[in-house]
Write a protein that binds this ligand. Structure first.
Ligand SMILES: [Fe+2]
Length: 189
């Protein structure tokens, strides 16, 4: 593994060990992610930059054996979007290339405790260009959809999560429901 990546992951591991509160973790990791994103051309491999024609691609960079961290490179072709989703953990996102858009949603009824009867309100939008960082913490979960407009260029972003991110809830905003789905990824050499 490239030394910049190995150092980043080691720093994140020690921050997780030292800081109990998820808001403190993302606050401390955000500037590290900012630096990492600006030098990603040094360590991203062709595997990490693989797109998929049908939907955005998730290429694993590191999945900690402990299950307490995972880092992915996401590749977004123009017009590719996530569904509206949550994360169930904290996370920090850094953009490497292109312009990534995040559209926020919030629960109109406080914490979501069931898979139906959910009322989501649309919130604001964030446009992240290379070197920009965003983050989130759980409880209440941050709910959003992320993607790249059809008129924009391919985007690559780094996503660090406070768990092995292999599932999330996706929301049907009109129906007021959510369901837990598996989220696949590619392994990388
Ligand atoms: Fe997300």
């Amino acid at each position: 593994m490239h030394e910049a990546l190995a150092a980043f992951i080691a720093q994140c591991e020690s921050i997780v060990a030292a800081k109990e509160k998820t808001a403190d973790r993302v606050t401390t990791i955000a500037p590290l992610m900012q630096k990492l994103a600006t030098r990603a051309d040094e360590f991203l491999t062709e595997d990490h930059k693989r797109p998929e024609a049908e939907h955005y691609a998730r290429n694993a960079i590191h999945i900690a054996p402990s299950g307490n961290l995972s880092l992915f490179a996401l590749v977004w072709l123009p017009g590719q979007w996530t569904p509206v989703h949550d994360h169930g953990c904290w996370g920090v996102v850094g953009v490497v290339q292109g312009l990534l858009e995040e559209r926020s949603y919030m629960s109109a009824t406080g914490d979501i405790a069931a898979d139906s009867g959910i009322r989501l309100k649309r919130g604001g939008v964030i446009l992240l260009n290379p070197g920009s960082v965003s983050s989130f913490v759980p409880n209440p979960d941050h709910i959003h959809m992320t993607g790249v407009a059809r008129t924009r260029e391919t985007c690559i972003s780094l996503h660090l999560y406070g768990r092995n991110m292999n599932s999330f809830h996706i929301y049907d905003v009109e129906a007021g429901t959510r369901r837990l789905v598996d989220v696949p990824h590619h392994e990388s050499r």
